[in-house]
Write a protein that binds this ligand. Structure first.
Ligand code: GTP
Length: 405
């Protein structure tokens, strides 16, 4: 079938770079609404300003995604996530729900953690999750602080929003200040947790109050730019997965490349939103740069569950071959089990394609994406998959080495 759509290319950009815009001339995409006279007066006014405010040009270090692990000495690409916070704030529940698929209601029976629980996760990248008991003071001289913080990717601090949180904030502030001193690059991710039990108004107020208290303390100590982020989370909805997705994304050096590839795929195939999911945890490791809403994430995440359930019943052992180009099938997908489904859900088409053992691509398409385009989408997703192989060669190799599922 011949198609008029060009194949996907990572270097496709249709936007005019900002540097090519002539200053003072309205761009075609955004024509000035000022009349020529008014524009002239404004130009003169700006030129005549004796002391126009000059923006601060000192290079600001990247606060969030740095393209490398914030604190990995060994550089082995195995980040460590630390879960810390007060007792009963929900740390073990989070780890069990996200990484072990424990139904949220069963976290009621989890026992309190008494010693540091270390778990290794093997997925598209290997990482460790360390669950800390709530009562420990990690900066006590009895602890080897370097051993704990030396190679971490992110510190996730869990605050129970349904409980008194002042003490939790005090401990968080002390921890951040200590870290700023010795390990300023560690991402601190604050989960304002258990928000499911709060009314909308109270939830917003609590969230703002916590942010304000932490930021005030940091700026009082001269750390305005500390890499601290805040999320509202609950294990009873998708918010915990979405928050974890954002935490993990900051640890993926290839993120900008993945986003560029997904952007190209979306514009080439008229896809509204594309997510690259880690199948095991349902964390999305990248999405295109169009605005994300929790609704589309929820649809995609539920869809993965359905596909996994169905493939457990009707799946087949994947090929052990590491598909060379000449062996590729028409869909370009010979080396991993592939599952393609188009389904109408509301006004959307959903498209899922297993990219390798660990990753699945899910695309949301609007009403204007008729099923006839599927061949083009298949082709472009095949190209995307080939590009991904170069970005994540390790994941592909492991997928091929691993015993058939
Ligand atoms: N409502 C609500 N309850 C939660 C949530 N997450 C955890 N919980 C409950 O909080 C309680 C404590 O959870 P744990 O995971 O044991 O807390 P922890 O921080 O690991 O506690 P320690 O091991 O003592 O440090 C459990 O009863 C969970 O069911 C949440 O998102 N919403």
């Amino acid at each position: 079938m011949k198609s008029t759509h060009p194949p996907l290319s990572a270097s496709q950009h249709s936007l005019v770079p900002e540097s090519q815009l002539v200053p003072g001339e309205p761009s075609q995409a955004n024509p000035s609404r000022l009349k020529p006279g008014a524009q002239l007066t404004m130009m003169r006014y700006l030129q005549d300003l004796p002391d126009a405010e000059v923006p601060h040009t000192e290079p600001v270090p990247p606060r969030f995604h740095t393209g490398r692990l914030p604190n990995s000495k060994a550089g082995d690409g195995k980040p460590r996530l630390l879960l810390m916070g007060q007792r009963r704030s929900g740390k073990s529940s989070i780890s069990s729900v996200v990484f072990h698929k424990l139904p949220p209601s069963e976290t009621l029976y989890l026992e309190t953690t008494t010693r540091i629980k270390k778990e290794s996760m093997h997925s598209f990248m290997d990482f460790q999750v360390w669950d800390f008991p709530g009562h420990l003071d990690y900066f006590d001289p009895a602890f080897d602080v370097d051993n704990i913080f030396e190679e971490i990717g992110a510190l996730i601090w869990v605050i129970d929003a349904q409980d008194e949180y002042l003490e939790a904030i005090m401990r968080l502030n002390t921890t951040i200040l200590n870290l700023q001193h010795s390990y300023p690059n560690i991402n601190v991710e604050v989960f304002v947790h258990k928000v499911d039990g709060l009314s909308e108004d109270y939830k917003g107020d609590t969230f703002r109050d916590i942010i304000q208290r932490v930021q005030d303390e940091l700026s009082d100590n001269g750390y305005e730019n500390a890499p601290v982020s805040f999320y509202q989370t609950s294990i009873y909805d998708h918010s915990i997965f979405e928050a974890f997705s954002k935490v993990i994304q900051k640890l993926i050096p290839q993120l900008p490349t993945l986003e560029a590839l997904l952007n190209s795929l979306c514009s080439t195939c008229h896809i509204e939103k594309a997510y690259l999911f880690d199948i095991m945890s349902k964390i999305y490791i990248a999405t295109d740069t169009s605005p994300t809403d929790i609704g589309s994430y929820e649809i995609c995440s539920d869809y993965i569950d359905v596909v996994i359930d169905v493939s457990e019943i009707y799946g087949w052992p994947r090929s052990e071959q590491n598909g060379d180009d000449e062996n590729l099938t028409e869909t370009g997908n010979n080396d991993a089990e592939s599952l393609i489904t188009m389904e109408r859900k509301g006004n959307n088409y959903l498209y899922l394609r297993e990219i390798n053992k660990y990753l699945a691509l899910i695309c949301l398409m609007g009403d204007d994406s008729p099923a006839e385009k599927k061949a083009v989408i298949d082709y472009n997703v095949g190209v995307f998959q080939a590009a991904l192989k170069q970005v994540f060669p390790r994941a592909e190799r492991d997928a091929a080495d691993a015993p058939a599922a």
